[in-house]
Design a protein around this ligand. Structure first.
Ligand code: ZN
Length: 499
């Protein structure tokens, strides 16, 4: 639960102050709030998500149109006619067990021992977040806390990844050397390639797709993340020859251009973790790296075969620092209730697993295949999602399959280009998944060690083991802040503006 408490405060940019914010409990809000910052939540132990808590999310209103938010969420969130969040002096009262809600969402407790679908994945219909899947509820709660903190006049600065909001462009490379319409035809594709090689034909459709999309990303000044399957020749479900010269040339080209190379863990790796290291080393070698732990930062499971917490643990054990598998095929939205990266939590004992989760919010084939949306519907949903994540300062992780791109202007190509234009329009800071995970960890490792009020100003010390180079530390309204660094210690002096 302590991890969920920190994660909850991180959503508001206040995670570093977790130990300086008292957690009040009890059956009713305190009538005499203390002088120091505190958050009250009812003390009923909540072991699972209840209807009440879901109802108690602050987003009962309509989906925001444009970038405008539906007013001030503190007033809008009500339950039985009562506001869910109120401010009394320095105490923020949340009339729902919010830390328990965060714990339930982020630890994915509901997935342990749950029904699985035919590919061994957690069943979308089994989640208690079903009604809220399309909204990043935890990000909304972060906004509620930020507004409440402002009202309560807490003078803590917010600490978050630099940029107002973030996006990451990720790609699962399921096939390279033949067009997408024949996904299982590795033999056929291999033969077709050999024939075309012999005929001296230029690049294949798959190679072309990688080039076109990665060049498009670079044209925007961004870099993408490409996950490659690393199964050896002769195994089942293999999409391409990983040892093929043309495949390795494609991987090296992406790597040299600054795109991130990750592992697309094979279908069988979920139930046979021993396969992972071999696959990792094969892709690391093809990318020109020394194989071994840390040679690739990230992994996403093919078919999104992810069982919690065992898959996260085996991915950690194989030396990956983040996992990007969490999401659904047949829905767009937020499997863990948030668009942002978070530290994976083992629901069995509440400990950190030691790997960062980057949940994805949108996947091309969810819109265009599983949900059978028209292009107009897909575009509208993309805009709705990106505008909401932008407004909440979240992180949109997009998943697009290059192998689906057959010609310029096909629906997958069209939707991808539309997404890039929307990210540009909404001013996203686009990072590779590895960068996003690293900066998330950088923020999560910052801890305030001293908060001291003196002569109307505030002095704060932070321990920041990875520095603050990619971090925004922002003073609250009405305050200015001066920062100085000495080793891993950051010293901040805050003064009231105009004082
Ligand atoms: Zn795949």
């Amino acid at each position: 639960m302590a991890r969920a408490w920190r994660a909850m405060l991180d959503q508001a940019g206040l995670g570093a102050f977790a130990t300086f914010i008292a957690r009040e409990a009890g059956p009713v809000p305190p009538s005499d709030p203390g002088a120091s910052p505190s958050i009250w939540c009812p003390d009923d132990p909540v072991s699972e998500l209840t209807e009440y808590e879901l109802y108690g999310t602050p987003i009962g209103g309509p989906v925001p149109a444009g970038t405008a938010l539906p007013g001030d969420p503190i007033e809008e969130a009500t339950h039985a006619g009562r506001p869910i969040a109120t401010v009394h002096g320095r105490t923020i009262c949340i009339d729902a067990d919010l830390p328990a809600f965060f714990d339930a969402c982020l630890s994915r407790r509901e997935e342990v021992g749950a029904d699985l679908d035919k590919h061994g994945r957690f069943d979308l219909n089994a989640t208690r977040l079903r009604a809220w899947l399309e909204r990043p509820v935890l990000d909304w709660w972060g906004r509620v806390l930020r507004v409440a903190v402002e009202r309560a006049g807490w003078a803590f600065p917010s600490i978050a990844v630099a940029g107002n909001w973030h996006a990451t462009l990720t790609h699962d490379v399921d096939h390279i050397d033949h067009v997408a319409k024949k996904p299982a035809a590795s033999l056929e594709g291999g033969l077709a390639r050999k024939i075309s090689d012999r005929l001296g034909r230029g690049e294949s459709a798959g190679e072309r797709a990688l080039r076109v999309w990665s060049d498009l990303e670079r044209k925007h000044g961004w870099r993408g993340t490409y996950y490659f399957l690393g199964q050896p020749e002769g195994t089942a479900n293999r999409g391409y020859e990983v040892s093929d010269e043309r495949t390795s040339a494609a991987i090296r080209r992406l790597d040299e251009q600054g795109h991130e190379i990750g592992l697309h863990a094979s279908y069988d790796a979920m139930t046979d973790p021993g396969l992972l290291e071999g696959e990792r080393d094969r892709i690391a070698t093809l990318a020109g790296r020394t194989p071994g732990d840390g040679s690739l930062a990230g992994v996403r499971a093919h078919y999104l075969r992810y069982e919690h917490p065992t898959t996260a643990i085996s991915h950690r054990d194989a030396g990956f620092v983040y996992d990007a598998s969490l999401g659904y095929t047949a829905a767009t939205g937020y499997r863990a209730g948030t668009s942002r990266p978070f530290d994976a939590i083992d629901p069995r004992d509440g400990t950190a697993i030691g790997i960062t989760t980057i949940p994805f919010a949108m996947m091309d084939c969810s819109y265009l295949s599983a949900l059978k949306m028209t292009m107009d519907q897909a575009r509208a949903r993309v805009t709705e999602q990106l505008e909401e994540i932008c407004a909440l300062g979240g992180a949109a992780s997009l998943l697009f399959h290059p192998c689906r791109l057959t010609t310029d202007g096909d629906p997958y190509d069209h939707l991808f280009r539309f997404c890039l234009d929307e990210l540009r329009r909404l001013g996203a800071t686009v990072l590779t998944a590895e960068q996003l995970a690293a900066r998330h960890r950088q923020v999560a490792s910052i801890v305030a060690t001293r908060v001291h009020a003196v002569d109307g100003r505030l002095e704060l010390d932070f321990d920041a083991p990875d520095g603050i180079s990619d971090i925004d530390i922002r003073a609250p309204k009405g305050w200015s802040i001066d920062l100085s660094e000495s080793g891993t210690v950051v010293h901040a002096v805050m003064t009231r503006s105009g004082a």
